[in-house]
Every structure is written in C-alpha cells, then in structure tokens.
Design a protein around this ligand. Structure first.
Ligand code: AMP
Length: 218
C-alpha cells in the first residue's frame, strides 16, 4: 500500500466501532503514525501529569475532555517528526470546534486526505464496549465473547494481564454514547460537505473491515 496516497486520515465513529483496532493495523501496514487521543490521555492519566489529572474525571464519567486541552495536545503531536509524512487520527476530532481547529492547523498543501466513518449500530457498540478487555502491557484489544484470549484474562500476545478500561463500565458507556450522538455525530455532515467522508460498514469481522479499509484509503 502506498502511504503517500493515504497521507492524513481521520477515523470517525462511535466508541467501540473498531477505530483503534483498525488504526493500529493500518498504520503498521502502511507505515503511518497512529495518533490516538484516548491512548495519549490514558498515558497522561497513568503518569499523573497535570493534563492527566484534569482529564481523568471527564474520562471516568464518560464525558469528552474540554476542547482546548485536546486541541493543544494534538497540535503538539502532529508536529513531531514521526508524524511528518503520514498519520491516522483515531478519536480526534470529536467535536466541531476540534474539526475546525484541525483544519486551521493544516496547510492547504497538507490537508486531510480522507475521513473514514465506521458505521456500527448503537446496540452493537454497547455489547462491544461491555465485553472489551485491554492488555495492560502491549495494549492489544480483546473481547470476552467475540475475540477471547486462550486463557481468561491473559493476553495471547505477551502473557500480561488484561484490564477493563474504567470507562468501559456500563455507567460510563451510556454517557459516552450520548456524547457521541450529540457532539461527534454532527461531524459526519461537516466532512460530507467538505467531500471528505467515506463510510465503511464496520459491523463485520475485523479482517473483512481491514481489507476494505485498505481499498477505501487508496
Ligand atoms: P477513546 O479511547 O478514543 O474511546 O477515548 C477515551 C476517552 O478519552 C473519551 O471518552 C474522552 O473522555 C477522552 N477523549 C479521547 N479523545 C477525545 C477528544 N478528541 N475530545 C475529547 N475527549 C476525548
């Protein structure tokens, strides 16, 4: 796959739509930087940085972290050397102000190539989130029913223990879906109007979605 063709890409969709899993895989296959704002925030929370401390309460409640904090974090990240050539933004933008800030930050010559919308019905998202488990060491993503590890709660890849994200508990999931509906879903119309939106039916097995993504991003 030619990374130059897929230079700057946004993966958009509800929580649990498979953006993170696919972004990791595509980024590896195409030599792109994978920029996940959720992963970056979780790293800040783990390190107990000032940003992490501010973000934690919002994240645990299933709410979006305020735009100004996120926008600064992403601007700094896409200025780093490994993000010069090509990147996938996974989980950003999630609000209209974030989308506009991204547009302003990118030059015309290096504007967005594609926005891929991962379409999955909301009831399916709920089931994916409640059963999701993440490796505490390598970050691999599993599911207790759809993609179980051989030994319960032990990562097949690296042998470390699995954890449930604090915001994958039912109390937070309802709020995250609501935030998605009210704040993030309007981005579909925004990017459609900019002629950047491409949709993928992400309610299918990961390998099928991956193969189609590679085609969509050509
Ligand atoms: P994710 O791993 O993408 O599901 O993100 C986990 C949580 O991090 C979200 O529920 C938000 O609290 C926060 N978060 C991640 N990305 C953003 C963003 N672009 N804007 C606001 N909050 C975000």
């Amino acid at each position: 796959m030619n990374a130059a063709l897929t230079a700057r890409c946004v993966f958009l969709g509800g929580p649990g739509a498979g953006k993170g899993t696919q972004a990791k895989r595509v980024a590896e296959a195409a030599g792109m930087a994978h920029i996940s704002t959720g992963d970056m925030l979780r790293a800040q929370v783990a390190r107990q940085t000032p940003l992490g401390t501010k973000a934690k309460a919002f994240m645990d409640a299933g709410k979006l972290v305020p735009d100004d904090l996120i926008i600064e974090m992403v601007k700094a990240r896409i200025a780093e050397p490994d993000a010069k050539a090509a990147w996938i933004l996974d989980g950003f933008p999630r609000t209209l102000p974030q989308a506009k800030a991204l547009d302003q930050n990118l030059s015309k010559a290096a504007s967005l190539s594609h926005v891929i919308y991962f379409a999955v019905p909301e009831n399916v998202l709920f089931g994916r989130l409640t059963g999701r488990r993440t490796c505490s060491k390598c970050g691999a993503i599993w599911h207790i029913e759809n993609n179980p590890t051989k030994v319960s709660d032990v990562c097949d890849r690296c042998g470390a223990g699995l954890v449930q994200r604090s915001d994958d508990r039912p109390e937070a999931i309802g709020k995250r879906l609501e935030e998605y509906r009210t704040l993030t879903a309007p981005l579909l119309a925004y990017y459609r109007a900019h002629n950047l939106l491409r949709e993928i039916d992400a309610n299918r097995p990961p390998d099928v979605v991956f193969q189609e993504l590679l085609k969509l991003m050509q």
